[in-house]
Write a protein that binds this ligand. Sequence first.
Ligand SMILES: Cc1ncc(COP(=O)(O)O)c(C=O)c1O
Length: 495
Amino acid sequence: MDAVQEPLGLVAEETLDPPDWADVQALSHQVIDDAVDYLRDIRDRPVWREMPADVREAFAAPLPRSPAPLDAVYGEVSRTVMSYPMGNIHPRFWSWYMGSSNFTGALGDFLAAIQGSNLGGGNHAAGLMDGQVVNWCKEMLGFPASAGGTLVSGGSMANIIGLTVARNVKAGIDVREHGVAAIEKPLRFYGSDQIHSCHRKAMEALGLGNRALRRIPTDAGLRIDIAALRAAISEDRAAGFKPACVIGTAGTVNTGAIDDLQALARLAHEEGLWFHIDGCIGALIAIAPENAHRVAGIEWADSVALDPHKWLHAPFEVGCALVRDAAAHRRTFAVTPEYLESTPRGLASGEWLHDYGLQTSRGFRALKVWMALKEHGVEKFGRLIDQNIAQAFYLAGLIEAEPLLELAALPTINIACFRYQPGLAGEALKALNTEIMLRLQEQGIAALSDTTVHGEHWLRVAITNHRTRRTDLDLLVRETVRLGHEIAPQGAASS
Ligand SMILES: Cc1ncc(COP(=O)(O)O)c(C=O)c1O
């Protein structure tokens, strides 16, 4: 065939690829070297620090219209983003509930982006790996291989997936076609008063409304009160509601309490309810040899949300929803528009993974999880979970041994709540502890968060961190007491 002649006078076509790959190669080597140093030396840097004005201002810069050399772009990223991180990969970060990431996972994210596949589906290796990681999640939790599942952005989305299937299965009508307004009796979902806030958002997004989620009181250990749950269900039935789903929490965000999952599974079975478990914190305890017994019954759930970006330390984001009834899972989300039909062979002969959730285009989240699991093996991740739980008990011991510190309760898993207590109460005590928490952050010592348990304010340490050592917890206790001494006169004065 004759070569197609380019018409004379046409401008050269453009691409985002570099004119000289050798330049990019050199810079990429630098980026990797810097990244390795960054993680190797993480312990020597402050956990967190406030950004100076010029760094903040950098993020108000207007849309760039002309090009800049890549090394200058990278230089700016180093000066701003890389220098002022949230800090959750630091050994002394214990705020809210994060994972601490890992280098192999970061390489996975990089390679996933280089390879560039869209995990909406199709017949390609990344699609198969996505399914494989979901299967590994089932195996870790003791879920049957026949169950359905999908990787999503995180725990909140994983909960939405499970709760959407629950709603559709229990609605008694075709909700997808007719909408929630056509449901005959208003649906009721149940969870404890410690349930994570993402369930409220889920109820709202599902069109059921926040009030459709009844918060059931908890016992002294902050676990759902099963008798109160039973009473609420029969009260709702009598009042014309349709009890549809009970949400058990395996690891509450406030204190790590684990609901009695076996009792909930039995109750859900007897009452004909869907049993969903929010296992964003605790589902993976199933792989931890010393603590797996705490989540016994998780394998009985109809659906579970778990979070590999927490205790598998995958770089953000990756969550996973598992649904025992794979067909019900697919029925809840599958749509086949004319432009996404399957073919008997070729690229469109693979599974359409977008049929299991709300996204059409999906990132290649599996690779970062897959590579780290291959490198370390699942047993190491289980041991790291045991290690974090043992560290929380170690911290609790240190707190109990320090007269000026007060422990809220013995931890259940990896979360400990405590406060500095020089004899204050109420708002003065809260102000003092808040100030300690802020100074710990601002001085780059440690990142804690705070919460309210049984109406009392506490500092909260959640150790989901493979870099934490016991000496970090020794330091935390020492520094908390030091700061308490430093601030306490002001705290006492304001009481
Ligand atoms: C119990 C619980 N459920 C759900 C979530 C939400 O998970 P994500 O932040 O991954 O969306 C969290 C987050 O910490 C959690 O602790």
